[in-house]
Design a protein around this ligand. Structure first.
Ligand code: MSP
Length: 494
């Protein structure tokens, strides 16, 4: 099956922070999980490089805007590389191919009669790139709203209100988790949708409206279209193949754009909707959203990676945050959790097992899989049971539960190891059968961990003399011959 996954296209006005990293970790985890399952998966991320917000920020630095966005975009790319994110496509909205697609998309919507020219006057937040109907301050950035008045093209958003309600009602999996779905539904039921101002004359930094060089296309239409342009031109096979099974991973701050505007644009252009939106909550510091507009909250993911490694950082957030909820970040908790789960539990388990195995069977063990004692058989069955629970959790986007099942499984094998005291087994055949069983249980454990701590798992699998990449099909393997080799510690205590 083909699967297309996306993170938001992050603003190139600032440097990547922990909040951006978190959504990207979730997307990376699913990229790896679906590939493990044998799917053909593409993961797109990128940078949003047009609009007034970028233009103003660049102006403040005194750098030409092109040099500014190149630098910022490079920082994001570099950050994802250092965090071992499995990105396939890094889309920049300043690229020529992207701009072509946006123009084509505009023309399709125009040909469908969904644009008209009028005049806009209202309160604007440049950080959100969004008009607000009331209030003095932006509810997200807590900065004064600016009074804007301009000629504008409008998109007939109001026309799509009922269709949006119907689509969300008929497709319960379209917006996850359910609390976010309910939020959008009640918004749509209780508010009349107004047509959307879809062009700007107040900035030149954007894609020109075809046939009207006084206007640039609203940056949100431009940015959302990056999900499409990353795959290829409209109508191309590469786009068609992947688009039909798309999952957008986003934060709750941009839900409205993805759940209301984006479907309406796509319908208007005669395109299919994404399969689902998976919405995460916010990481906060002392209760305040991590955001570049609040510099005291900024946590640099790369400096944390120096302390706990990219696996450590990913694992911590995937396990600790229940997808959809907020988390107040505390570094002391990060270290304690990683030491307990990855160093003491998973790491020690592998190191004790490999030592015992090597001491007794340096040339490996050859065991008939159908001649196992009932104790060994039942251990294997209980691991299989854990894998089923893991699969159910991750398939229903309960990422933290899936991470917990991985750690519980390691705990279960650890307890078993402790209780059976294999170092006391004198009979060589009995010990061989025991270690063979444990080897297979640990191989299964690596399959559960592969989407969460990929580098650690590659090392663990090399200790089990298995190929680096695992696949879901290998669960419960009955390979007769198994062996081990010594490896570096999987996760040194911090
Ligand atoms: N450029 C737009 C997105 C366009 S997508 C077509 C944008 N960019 S952003 O740089 O502000 O990134 C917003 C996204 O980053 C959020 O939706 C979320 O995925 C992630 N996060 C940014 N701060 C975050 C937290 N403090 N906590 C969790 N996620 C956060 O909006």
């Amino acid at each position: 099956m083909k699967q297309y996954l996306t993170t938001p296209i992050y603003y190139a006005s600032g440097s990547p922070h922990l909040g951006h990293a978190y959504t990207t970790f979730v997307a990376d985890c699913y990229k790896r999980y679906y590939r493990l399952k044998g799917d053909d998966v593409l993961l797109t991320t990128g940078t949003d490089e047009h609009g007034q917000k970028i233009e103003r920020t660049a102006a403040r630095t005194g750098e030409p805007v092109l040099a500014f966005i190149d630098k910022r975009s490079g920082e994001f790319l570099n950050c994802w590389r250092n965090l071992n994110i499995d990105v396939d496509i890094f889309e920049r909205t300043s690229s020529a191919t992207h701009q072509d697609l946006v123009v084509n998309l505009w023309n399709r919507i125009r040909d469908n009669g969904d644009f008209y020219k009028s005049h806009y006057e209202g309160l604007y937040c440049v950080d959100c790139e969004q008009y607000f109907t009331a209030g003095d301050n932006c509810p997200i950035h807590r900065k004064p709203l600016e009074n804007f008045s301009e000629e504008s093209y409008f998109f007939r958003l109001s026309k799509y209100q009922q269709r949006l309600i119907d689509h969300i009602k008929e497709n319960p999996g379209f917006i996850l988790p359910e609390s976010r779905r309910n939020e959008v539904l009640s918004f749509l039921k209780n508010n009349e949708l107004h047509d959307l101002s879809i062009s700007r004359t107040s900035t030149k930094w954007g894609i020109e409206v075809p046939g009207d060089n006084q206007h640039v296309i609203y940056v949100w239409l431009d940015a959302l279209a990056a999900y499409l342009s990353a795959l290829g031109p409209l109508g191309s096979d590469s786009l068609e193949e992947f688009w039909s099974n798309t999952t957008h991973f986003i934060g709750k701050d941009i839900l409205l754009f993805h759940a209301v505007y984006w479907p309406a644009f796509l319908w208007s252009a005669g395109l299919q909707l994404p399969e689902r939106l998976v919405v995460n909550g916010w990481l906060t510091v002392e209760g305040r959203k991590i955001s570049k507009s609040d510099p005291e909250t900024i946590v640099d993911p790369l400096s944390l990676t120096n302390l706990v490694g990219s696996d450590g950082l990913k694992f911590y957030f995937l396990k600790t945050v229940k997808l959809g909820q907020d988390l107040d970040f505390q570094q002391s908790h990060l270290v304690a959790l990683l030491n307990a789960d990855l160093a003491n539990n998973v790491g020690n388990l592998f190191s004790r097992f490999i030592k015992l195995f090597l001491k007794n069977f340096p040339d490996g063990v050859d065991q008939d899989p159908f001649k196992l004692s009932s104790a060994n058989q039942s251990l294997r069955l209980s691991i299989r049971g854990k894998a089923d629970v893991f699969e159910q959790a991750i398939d229903s986007f309960d990422v933290s539960q899936a991470a917990r099942v991985f750690i519980d499984t390691a705990g279960l094998i650890n307890t078993h190891f402790q209780q059976t005291e294999p170092w006391k087994i004198k009979n060589k055949d009995e010990l061989g059968e025991y270690l063979w069983t444990l080897h297979h249980c640990l191989a299964d454990l690596t399959i559960l961990g592969a989407s969460f701590v990929p580098a650690l798992i590659e090392n663990a699998r090399s200790g089990l003399v298995l190929c680096k990449k695992s696949s879901w099909q290998e669960l419960g393997s009955n390979a007769r011959k198994v062996s081990v080799r010594s490896i570096d510690s999987l996760f040194p205590r911090i």
